[in-house]
Design a protein around this ligand. Structure first.
Ligand code: SF4
Length: 355
């Protein structure tokens, strides 16, 4: 039987500790992102307490790159996309994981770390894409296309992963699908319609015949329009435009680079251009501004309400008084079933041998 986690109360920081913490946040670049002195002081009080309790709880805090800057710079132990976070959680020495991201990511962390407590501070942090499909939908599609392997984007619940043959990310989807197509005439791709159409185009496969695509959408990336991209291109000559792979094929055809968040950051790091437009959630632009202060980032982004549901108060709350709804509980057999397609992704994406 699961034991309840006892409540802890964070001590209050002294004036000197608070001032040092505020200085740390200031040096991380929060003021450059528009945080006022009062904002930084308010954040400092919370981040100081969170970092104290985190150590006492032997917890790690992974944060997705779309999280608020005060989380990324104030309390996160590591940041990244969902794939990187899942891998880092698996090697982190901790008793528990306080996941700053959305539910499907926390579930992926639990699948790969079944013996650790995984906590999601904001229980309402869902995802339009993840919620666009049910396990019954996947079983129905499989019955309609017998023999076709199911490649599923990592932005899905544990139930959907458990029904899949292999998980993919925006960074490795093309590589893995290419391998699947070398063995199968038809592949099912779930649940992102836009990414599916982009992959179909890149791989020269016919949607509906060779690649079966579900109609899920990300409410953030689905909202960017290609006319704005064309307009910005004219307004900012020389700007490098980078789009996330969840954007529409029309928009993707107009940009300089398409990929996942990690690929976009790598592109900026290696490029010598002076200005960039990151067509994705606003958190990535904030991160890029602090990481590359010498480069200019043209604002063109959308906020994800699910990603922004997590705040410092919620993280402190889960460390002080963890509540049952915040704990990610998955049946062991579901974890086991969902882990296999993730491990298959690790094999297919990394060793380049098996298909
Ligand atoms: S940005 Fe899109 S895919 Fe990511 S959590 Fe938000 S709705 Fe889901």
């Amino acid at each position: 039987m699961r034991t309840e986690v006892k409540s802890l109360r964070a001590p209050e920081p002294s004036a000197a500790e608070l001032s040092a913490e505020a200085e740390r946040l200031f040096a991380a670049g929060l003021a450059d992102l528009g945080y006022t002195e009062q904002d930084i002081e308010r954040c400092a009080k919370l981040t100081w307490k969170i970092n104290r309790l985190k150590a006492e709880r032997r917890a790690v805090i992974p944060a997705h790159v779309y999280q608020r800057a005060e989380i990324i710079h104030g309390v996160a132990d590591f940041i990244g996309d969902s794939y990187r976070l899942a891998k880092l959680c698996a090697v982190a020495e901790s008793r528990s994981i306080v996941f700053c991201g959305v539910r499907f990511m926390a579930e992926t962390a639990k699948i790969l770390n079944p013996d650790k407590e995984v906590w999601l501070p904001a229980v309402e942090a869902g995802c339009s894409l993840s919620e666009s499909i049910t396990a019954a939908d996947v079983r129905r599609i499989k019955a309609l296309h017998p023999g076709a392997p199911v490649a599923t984007y990592i932005n899905t619940s544990a139930e959907i992963k458990a029904e899949s043959d292999v998980i993919v990310t925006s960074a490795n989807a093309a590589t893995i699908l290419r391998k699947l197509f070398s063995r199968h005439p038809k592949v099912i791709f779930l649940p992102d319609e836009m990414m599916g159409l982009n992959l179909a185009k890149a791989l020269g496969k016919e949607p509906g015949r060779e690649i079966i695509i579900w109609k899920g959408r990300c409410i953030v990336h689905d909202n960017f329009d290609s006319q704005s991209v064309a307009l910005y291109r004219k307004m900012y000559p020389g700007v490098k435009i980078l789009a996330h792979a969840e954007c529409s094929p029309e928009l993707v055809s107009m940009v300089d680079f398409v990929g996942g968040t990690g690929d976009m950051m790598n592109y900026v790091a290696k490029s010598s251009a002076s200005s960039y437009m990151l067509v994705t959630e606003c958190g990535l632009g904030d991160l890029a501004r602090t990481r590359f202060p010498e480069k200019r980032f043209v604002p063109m982004c959308r906020l994800c309400p699910y990603m922004k549901a997590t705040g410092l108060e919620g993280i402190l709350g889960v460390l002080e008084r963890p509540a049952a709804p915040q704990r990610i509980d998955l049946p062991p057999e579901l974890c086991e079933k969902a882990r296999r397609p993730i491990e298959r992704m690790f094999e297919l994406a990394e060793d380049g041998v098996k298909s």
